[in-house]
Design a protein around this ligand. Structure first.
Ligand SMILES: [Zn+2]
Length: 369
């Protein structure tokens, strides 16, 4: 389960088979959002007919927030669940966790944690070909329900194919305890769908890239929902989590429909990945993508001020200084961004921005003072 498969057959040979396209999409089967829904975890696992042996993959901090509780609830309910503490999302950590899960005889996984723990769980589930439930303790990016994962340590890979969770249990009472900065970052990641979709359409026109209007509409809808509610997404307010988490999940669904990260990842994501390479202190993925989206929206000739105002209202960074990076690093990342992933055509084109244009872009949009 969990694998996204796109199959394009050869062109039809006879008039009997006029249409030869086939495409697989994988979605979560159950999504629970609300206060205290972690208590529904055992019931959800029984609905899925999970065998008794499983493993909870969690982090040292997120174990206290949700991981230990998840294991306790399941073990009380007749499951035999091991707890595996995971650290950084790297290739070697995935190897180690996969080995531990296999040794524990786990036939299903629960990913209880922030982005990196869920990314590890996704890749391990994909590798062991077993289902998993995502139990996020924060929502710092749109990866909670997406078929992609980010692993460090493989320099040329920006994201890895992974399993889609069979269930998502987003407990707003748990997520509200995470630092607000993480939720604001998740919102910024979703807002950046607007430039990603513009880049996608550009690639359709200039590179005949495959397009899904459904995926694009879902991605844009998610961004619009965040922008429309930007004024009410505030720290220490559980309702903010409730408002933000649905568009964050919808963004993941958009990627499942597209079979790639295309609807949620364009030039602004290339900028973020470039910043990670040039900066001494790269920061949260979503925050970087939000700032990138301001600048890429300017290049697209769109309403970049509206996008910036939404980020300001939420309290997400809109400048280099707020990101904690230098002006020079922003400019360097802009110049380098197009080369990060040459197969992903964007507004940055094949040759990218010359340095003077990059400097002007960062200044005009107020990212650099
Ligand atoms: Zn992202």
């Amino acid at each position: 389960m969990g694998e996204i498969r796109t199959v394009l057959h050869d062109p039809p040979l006879s008039a009997d088979t006029p249409f030869g396209k086939a495409k697989g999409m994988v979605f979560p089967r159950v999504v629970l959002i609300g206060h205290g829904v972690i208590d529904d975890l055992p019931e959800t696992c029984r609905q899925f007919d999970f065998p008794p042996a499983g493993a909870v993959i969690t982090g040292p901090k997120t174990a206290e927030l949700a991981g230990n509780r998840a294991a306790e609830l399941l073990n009380k309910d007749g499951f035999r669940v091991a707890t595996i503490l995971a650290h950084e999302a790297t290739d070697s950590e995935v190897d180690r966790v996969a080995h531990e899960a296999r040794s524990a005889g786990a036939r299903f996984l629960i990913g209880a944690g922030g982005g990196s723990k869920i990314d590890i769980t996704k890749v391990v589930a994909h590798r062991l070909r077993i289902p998993f439930v995502s139990l996020p303790t924060s929502a710092a990016h749109d990866g909670i329900s997406s078929p992609r994962a980010s692993l460090h340590g493989s320099p040329n890979v920006v994201s890895t194919t992974a399993a889609v969770p069979i269930g998502v249990i987003a407990d707003t009472g748990v997520i509200v305890q995470a630092p607000f900065r993480l939720l604001a970052s998740g919102c910024a990641d979703v807002i950046s769908n607007l430039t990603a979709v513009l880049d996608w359409r550009l690639a359709v026109r200039l590179r005949s890239e495959e397009y899904s209007s459904t995926a694009a509409a879902l991605a844009e809808y998610a961004a619009q929902e965040i922008i429309d509610h930007a004024d009410v997404i505030k720290p220490n307010l559980e309702e903010s989590v409730w408002i933000a988490i649905r568009p964050i999940l919808v963004a993941g669904i958009a990627m499942s429909v597209a079979g790639s990260s295309r609807p949620c990842s364009g030039s602004e994501h290339l900028f973020s990945h470039a910043l990670e390479r040039v900066s001494a202190h790269p920061t949260l993925h979503g925050e970087q993508c939000g700032v990138g989206a301001i600048m890429m929206m300017y290049l697209h000739g769109g309403d970049w001020r509206r996008l910036k105002n939404a980020l300001l209202a939420i309290g997400a960074p809109t400048t280099a200084r707020e990101l904690g990076v230098t002006s020079d690093e922003v400019v360097k990342a802009l110049v380098m961004a197009h080369s990060i992933r040459p197969d992903r055509y964007t507004i940055l084109g094949d040759s990218g921005l010359p340095r003077d244009a990059a400097e002007r872009l960062a200044t005009v949009t107020g990212v650099v003072a």
